[in-house]
Design a protein around this ligand. Structure first.
Ligand code: PNS
Length: 159
């Protein structure tokens, strides 16, 4: 059985993330979507809120479960008995950071490999950061996130 982890901040989950989740769930037997609980960052949504939103949007995908983690990703991967870490690559600008992270993780643990999926072209421009910025000005984010998520984002901005 091959288990993969798809880690991230998911603040909030976007159609770009959902694209990667659906495609990796087809390749691996089990996919754990893992939300980083990082007190240093100040996310718009709490870890619990992010987990709940992901559970909502992944409800139809049988082999996906959602969890959260703190600390090092490789430690969480070992604890979860995962073989692979999944990361999405949108553009060449992602590459340097992703390569550095994958190589660091490989040095920290030889047991887990990183597999990159290229984000589908229609979502290549998309990031949680831009979604939040557009929403903060009250503009339409329905092309970026599912309706239920958009509602929660607007609520955060008093909409
Ligand atoms: O969605 P993001 O913010 O790009 O995800 C980044 C994430 C969560 C994958 C990365 O920050 C991470 O793995 N953090 C855990 C700490 C860690 O293991 N750091 C060492 C790898 S450089």
């Amino acid at each position: 059985m091959k288990r993969a982890i798809y880690p991230g901040s998911f603040d909030p989950v976007t159609y770009g993330h959902i694209d990667i989740i659906k495609r990796s769930a087809k390749v691996f037997d089990e996919l754990v979507v893992a939300v980083l609980s990082n007190k240093a960052k100040s996310p718009l949504f709490s870890v619990e809120e992010r987990v709940k939103m992901l559970q909502e949007v992944c409800a139809d995908i049988e082999n996906v479960r959602v969890d959260s983690f703190s600390g090092l990703l490789v430690d969480y991967a070992a604890k979860s008995e995962a073989d692979v870490i999944i990361r999405g690559l949108r553009a060449v600008t992602d590459f340097e950071y992703e390569l550095q992270m994958a190589q660091t993780n490989r040095k920290l643990s030889g047991d887990v490999d990183t597999v990159f999926l290229t984000t589908s072209l229609e979502y290549a421009y998309l990031s949680s950061t831009t979604v939040k910025e557009v929403a903060s000005f009250g503009r339409d984010i329905s092309r970026f996130v599912p309706e239920s998520i958009a509602k929660k984002v607007y609520e955060k901005y008093g909409g």
